[in-house]
Ligand binder design. Sequence first.
Ligand SMILES: Cc1cc2nc3c(=O)[nH]c(=O)nc-3n(C[C@H](O)[C@H](O)[C@H](O)COP(=O)(O)OP(=O)(O)OC[C@H]3O[C@@H](n4cnc5c(N)ncnc54)[C@H](O)[C@@H]3O)c2cc1C
Length: 453
Amino acid sequence: MTDTVVIGAGLAGLSAAIRLAEAGQKVTLLSFGLGGIQLGQGTIDVLGYRGADTLVERPFDEFAAWATEHPDHPYSLLGADVVRDSVDWLAARLPDLLVPGDGRNHPLPTAVGAMRPTYLVQPSMVWPDPTSVAVVGPAQIKDFYPHLVAANLAVTAQVEATGYRIDLPARAGEAESSPVVYAKALEDPDVLARFAEAVLDQIGDEDAVVLPAILGLHQCVQPQLAALLKRPVVEALLPPPSIPGMRINEALTAQAKAAGVRVILGSKVTGFESDGSRVTAVTLHQAGRDQSYPASHVVFAPGGFESAALVMDSYGTITEPVFDLPLAGLDRDDLITGDYWADQAIFAVGTRVDQSCRPLTGDGEVVYENLHTVGGLLAGAIRWTEKSGDGIAVASALRAADAILSPTGTWSPPASPTDQPPAPEVVQTLQEDAEDDADPATTPSPPEEDENV
Ligand SMILES: Cc1cc2nc3c(=O)[nH]c(=O)nc-3n(C[C@H](O)[C@H](O)[C@H](O)COP(=O)(O)OP(=O)(O)OC[C@H]3O[C@@H](n4cnc5c(N)ncnc54)[C@H](O)[C@@H]3O)c2cc1C
């Protein structure tokens, strides 16, 4: 029998699966789709905005005030330290793909030249603070308009920016190419050299070059292109699907498999079996038939409305269709507003959980002792407007995994130094006696204590 079944192959499901498998568990990951990593930007957001227009510069510094303003938000449960440790864990796993965090958000050029904040970026996205930039887009790539991006960057990034088009099909004769086709083509050194020549033919003496995020799918060729162009090159975000997101998805899936996770894609979990207090198996619908997967623990990481983890019927009733979990956040009469740009409270609907990420009833009772919900299904966050979805996904996934790995199956906070019982008097006396008897010439001095600790 599998120790843990993880449902969902997004950032939350993959993170939980890797953590559990590397700790020695037998893990099966079931998912009907690939998850949102490829729809995101290939960056890791922690908290980008407080309110509609307030840009966050140092996300973790905001957590205390955020928790006061949003007591039901997942970050109020998880806390700044756990979220920081979790995204650091992710960055350490992907050293070639993510620049380690330093407490500050990075500004990142979007496909329209706005600068948007994110916490972990790929090395190819680090903004070099140039005085002038050349924004270059191949004519064959739709959804990237270099002149528009340049005009907007001049305002948002306060930089002298000029747009250029190059005409270089990724495949001979192709009038329109997808970013994936380009990204694969540019991994070929000959194509990259031709691409660099085409760029150099167009641009002036700008300090840096901004290109759409197409610089290699399996391997990012930004360093090679920067060497050819003899100046920094920055990948700007494109509308989904995203090449940098695919790089992260591919790397995490490979790590999960290397850790021994059995990954079964294309399979939908439709129900479960229970003995009343615990989930004993999940039911998988695959190849036209139902199959039962018994497990000791379940991590449910199915995302939110965007991945059909929550559904609304024609009467407006919202449900979670697999475990029929109790949902929080339904008690508002403005769940959906007519203002397209306003926060839609419906996206904050989800499960309320305990410290071990186990869903709770309205009365605060744990629904099933061994069922943990993580990521986009957690109540209280409007992830894409806050830019908080990735931080929530990783931190809640690791929290659930750590609960499962603990002997009690629940998570408890690490003991703080003030919780430790005082050292017995006698220990000190014996130590002092020993020190009195010791030969000062042969006794090593104790390590110095850090005053700041
Ligand atoms: C278009 C878009 C843009 C976004 N932009 C941002 C952003 O800018 N910043 C940000 O922080 N967040 C953003 N998000 C949200 C972000 O993607 C998620 O918050 C985060 O990645 C959550 O990951 P997750 O693992 O919880 O869920 P997901 O990545 O959604 O993964 C859910 C997985 O569960 C699977 N699944 C669902 N139900 C079942 C089932 N019954 N059986 C089997 N498998 C199932 C799905 O196929 C999928 O693999 C965006 C989301 C979307 C859709």
